[in-house]
Design a protein around this ligand. Sequence first.
Ligand SMILES: [Zn+2]
Ligand SMILES: [Zn+2]
Length: 260
Amino acid sequence: MTDAQFQLLRAGSFVLAVALAAALQRLRPHAKWRGSVGTNLGLWAVNAAVMGVVCGACACTVATWASVAGVGLLNATSASLWIAIPATVIGLDLVSYLWHRANHVVPVLWRFHQVHHSDSTFTTSTAVRFHPGELVLSLPLRLLAVLLLGAPAIGVVAFEALFAVSNLIEHGDIDLPLPFEAAVGEMLVTPALHRFHHTRAGADRDHNFGTIFVLWDRLLGTYRPSSSSVRVDVGLLDIRDALALRAALLLPLRSPGRES
Ligand SMILES: [Zn+2]
Ligand SMILES: [Zn+2]
């Protein structure tokens, strides 16, 4: 797979995920939040520019190099794509869980990650509300995971597509039918489960770190059940006002966070 094909597939899945999440949000709204769209899309644009320069399709480059060099578990064992693609999705989702959890524990990482939690609403646009520092800091870990796993480029694309769909939908202001939500929530992260992670109260926030699968939270003791029938006060205790783009970008310098 070429870098251009990788970027095209990734962009296409992102657009489809946005459309799906926006449609669900419109059809089955939860709290009818208007969303911090200006700041969130501003951060998305900054991130697209920064990551385009810093990385571009670097995960694809690393995966292709590892495949040719025979580096990494899946390459060393000559795993078929039927094994390698699901293993890549599961492995990279675990790395994402661990990274997210570290962001809530390590003070310098929380400085950046608090920007994501500083949204006092919870809508699909919250899914792209990340400080560029957080994305740049996560890059070495993500690339190392691709390398050690020997992930195929097509597996990385599959992961990124599923990650985008999960991330955009689970941040949606969406009420799912309760029996359906309970069934899906046995395996996948639902909007209600991730909404609970955005609770303003700090202790509750340290749960439900997963993005695609709930397995990691269940296995590692951070799972808390929630449903669309629960109303959640989202945001941070010490940031009551909506942040403009500039304030969101400067937040890691200004506030150490972790108020509770
Ligand atoms: Zn978080
Ligand atoms: Zn979130």
